[in-house]
Design a protein around this ligand. Sequence first.
Ligand SMILES: [Zn+2]
Length: 78
Amino acid sequence: MADFCDKCAPEMWGNEFPPDIDTDQIFGSLMDEHYQDGIICEGCGLRAVGRVGDEKILIYDNTDLHRMHEMIVTKGKY
Ligand SMILES: [Zn+2]
């Protein structure tokens, strides 16, 4: 079964069904300068959600997760 994020799910099914991948919920559960991977949105290719302070970072298919992790850590130092 395919998973869809909170951006793609409403386009697929309307707003009546909760998305498989709720990026706001993931973001809310993250500690600062962390990210969660292991998710794949079949619509937009979303693969991970990161957090830097109050900024939500969406990480897509074409992004190297290791590089993104470095970016999150580096960004958090400003
Ligand atoms: Zn999506």
